[in-house]
Write a new protein. Structure first.
Length: 188
């Protein structure tokens, strides 16, 4: 599946994306705030592509103006886990963008097209998104996309970092998305 916006292409990750992934995911300002370790080399990035980033509904965020080079990642997790259960008809949105592209509206743009896919194509009823306390960039992306506060996990386990953090969970329902989406289309 390929998703497209005015500036972006969202597509599946490929082995040959490892150099680009490493280039942006090695920055210690990206991973730790989101709960994962900075990448240590291209081999590690390739392994992440083959495992974590190979899931259904996980996409490389590519800028059209940069020859579709991946500059970040976004995905919908459709199945929960014992640590993070999801009810039927729900998914969790996760995303990150490389530091050189912060503040350009890329994450909200990518999130909006994936949210549309979730509700319009996959039949989801609600999408959750979380951020760790202090990650104001992620919080702002969620606000721009219409997510509202749902609950706080005061002791959320960050397995990769061996830590416990406060995590805020926000939610966007199909009904609120539809009313906002239809309202937005009227004004465009």
């Amino acid at each position: 599946m390929i998703l497209e916006t005015k500036r972006l292409i969202l597509r599946g990750w490929r082995d040959e994306d490892a150099p680009s992934l490493f280039n942006y995911a090695k920055d210690d300002r990206v991973g730790p705030v989101a709960g994962w370790l900075p990448h240590k080399d291209e081999a590690y990035s390739r392994a992440v592509i083959r495992t974590i980033l190979s899931g259904d509904e996980t996409y490389a965020i590519c800028l059209k103006e940069r020859n579709n080079e991946p500059i970040g990642s976004i995905g919908l997790t459709l199945e929960g886990s014992p640590e993070r259960p999801l009810e039927e008809g729900a998914a969790e949105l996760g995303y990150w963008v490389g530091v050189p592209f912060w503040g350009m509206g890329i994450a909200p743009e990518a999130a909006e097209i994936l949210i549309k896919r979730g509700f319009a194509d996959l039949g989801l009823e609600r999408i959750y998104a979380g951020y760790f306390l202090g990650n104001n960039r992620s919080k702002r992306v969620q606000e721009k996309c219409g997510f509202i506060y749902h609950h706080t996990n005061a002791k959320s386990r960050v397995i990769m970092l061996g830590e416990t953090r406060v995590e805020c969970i926000n939610c966007l329902t199909r009904d609120s998305w539809e009313s906002g989406y239809k309202s937005q289309k009227k004004h465009n």
